[in-house]
Design a protein around this ligand. Structure first.
Ligand SMILES: Cc1cc2nc3c(=O)[nH]c(=O)nc-3n(C[C@H](O)[C@H](O)[C@H](O)COP(=O)(O)O)c2cc1C
Ligand code: SF4
Length: 470
């Protein structure tokens, strides 16, 4: 049986939290008192090389989170509109809109939004539904290795991978050709033009979580113009940005980046996560070559590329929810296709905070939004304030926490104590549900999803997963 970690909800005082963090041998910035008129309430700006300066009214950003709940032709449904209306009500300064495929076969699930002529007006209505003053972006994606546009996986890859190919049925036949990538560049630019037309202030050329452009960053062995050295591995990004500068000059460009990665993990003895193989491992962008360590040398070089391209906004994240979820989304309870956490999830939070702080300090021209805060639970505002005050990030990104508790930013900025009943306890149902073909939502806490008919199927999927990890 795997080690049981201390649940954050048991750390009921600042001292208990600090002591526990110290016992783990990691550092997490922490303020005992959160000041509603303090740094989290102050505005921050980012400057795009072409589109100019945009200002967020406070230091909270809603991170991109898709819901596996659009129509099968890529348009929003009432569930999508409900999610965005809750993001509007959060009071967060930035809403970073969810993964939206640049073409139908690039979707990660049959219900992902697709940016196209057919959907653009309804996606524009989503943007219009946000609160006045909220800065809005949209994340453009091709799911690459994790494309699943109908029911079965249809992977398209950057290169052949020794571990991950077998997991998704990829091989030489799934590797994109250079000609296909030239075409994909055009499709990103066309989708960005529509994103500008839909009223968004910025577009995110997504480079995270094992999806296509993240995978391309580790395409050392890929021959041709889109692989090899860092110039080759960023050729796609540079081409897309050049196209956007030309055809959508008023649109700012941002990047969501997995700023480091580790090797794939799998369930070992007692269901606890263990590395799936042994190093050396050269497929982790931001990794040190062992598969288990971090080396940011190339990541700093990538930030220099961002600066040259005039990209002024980056959201850092890490790893992938598919092959190392404990790195990407620290959680007490694993998703149904995951494994028990191999470390106290606060170690995962600290890892993301430290990497983000190093990048933010070294690249002051770029406004950096951090991620992975939800596992901090009751202490999220205390850590967020200390991080921003210390320059560890310009903004606090909120993922799962805004699914369970969208008004958290408003409560913090109004000086109200957090509502403990709404705090995300990282049950992972919002990940387990889509892994089982169901819509995503906060089934344990959000009353709407508590009553959702798919909760029955979700419970069955969770029971099966529990048995698998015994
Ligand atoms: C249901 C769900 C959907 C997500 N969808 C996306 C997405 O579309 N794009 C993306 O970059 N990250 C996505 N993420 C990752 C989050 O943006 C965030 O990085 C992650 O949840 C960690 O932050 P947190 O600790 O605040 O939850 C998703 C996460 C969840 C739980
Ligand atoms: S389902 Fe709700 S409580 Fe569970 S991880 Fe997602 S947002 Fe948090």
């Amino acid at each position: 049986m795997s080690e049981r970690h201390t649940q954050v909800k048991r750390l009921t005082t600042p001292e208990a939290f600090r002591d526990h963090v110290a016992s783990l041998g990691v550092e997490i910035p922490f303020d005992d008192v959160v000041d509603p008129a303090g740094v989290l309430s102050t505005p921050t700006s980012f400057t795009d090389g072409q589109a100019g300066t945009l200002t967020a009214v406070n230091r909270f950003a809603v991170l991109p989170m898709e819901g596996w709940d659009g129509t099968t032709d890529g348009r929003p449904t009432d569930l999508v509109r409900r999610r965005w209306s809750r993001f509007a009500a959060s009071g967060a300064g930035i809403v970073w809109g969810e993964a939206t495929a640049v073409r139908p076969d690039g979707r990660a699930n049959p219900n992902q939004l697709v940016m196209g002529e057919r959907s653009v007006d309804e996606i524009a209505a989503l943007r219009a539904s946000l609160a006045p003053g909220q800065v809005a972006g949209l994340q453009l994606t091709h799911s690459g290795r994790y494309a699943r546009p109908v029911q079965a996986p249809e992977p398209r890859t950057a290169y052949q991978h020794p571990v991950l190919d077998a997991r998704v049925g990829a091989g030489p036949h799934t590797v994109f050709t250079d000609d296909e990538l030239d075409e994909l560049v055009e499709q990103y630019v066309a989708a960005a033009v529509l994103t500008a037309q839909a009223g968004f202030e910025f577009v995110d050329v997504k480079h995270c979580h094992g999806y296509f452009l993240h995978e391309l960053l580790s395409g050392h062995d890929r021959p041709g113009p889109y692989g090899g050295d860092l110039a080759g591995r960023t050729h796609f990004l540079c081409s897309v940005v050049a196209g956007i500068r030309d055809r959508a000059p008023g649109l700012a460009v941002a990047v969501r980046l997995s700023a480091f990665d580790l090797m794939p993990f799998t369930a070992g003895e007692g269901g606890t996560g263990v590395p799936d193989g042994e190093g050396p491992y050269r497929h982790a962008f931001g990794g040190d070559g062992t598969g288990l360590g971090i080396d940011l040398t190339e990541v700093h070089q990538l930030f220099a590329v961002f600066e040259e391209l005039g990209i002024g906004l980056v959201s850092t994240t890490a790893g992938s929810p598919y092959y190392n979820p404990h790195v990407q989304r620290p959680a007490y309870f694993p998703p149904s296709d995951g494994y028990r956490p191999p470390e106290d999830p606060l170690v995962g939070v600290a890892r993301q905070l430290a990497v983000t702080a190093e990048l933010a300090a070294a690249h002051p021209e770029v406004t950096v939004i951090g991620s992975g805060y939800s596992y901090l639970q009751d202490w999220l505002p205390n850590v967020g304030q200390a991080v921003v005050a210390g320059g560890g990030a310009a903004m606090v990104g909120l993922g799962r926490m805004v699914l369970s508790y969208p008004e958290l930013p408003l409560d913090v900025l109004a000086g109200r104590s957090v509502d403990r009943g709404l705090i995300c306890r990282t049950f992972s149902d919002c990940t387990t549900a889509p892994r089982n073909g169901l819509v995503s939502g906060c089934f344990p806490i959000d009353p709407f999803y508590k009553d959702h008919p798919q909760r029955v199927e979700l419970t069955k999927a969770k029971q099966a997963a529990k048995a698998r990890l015994r």
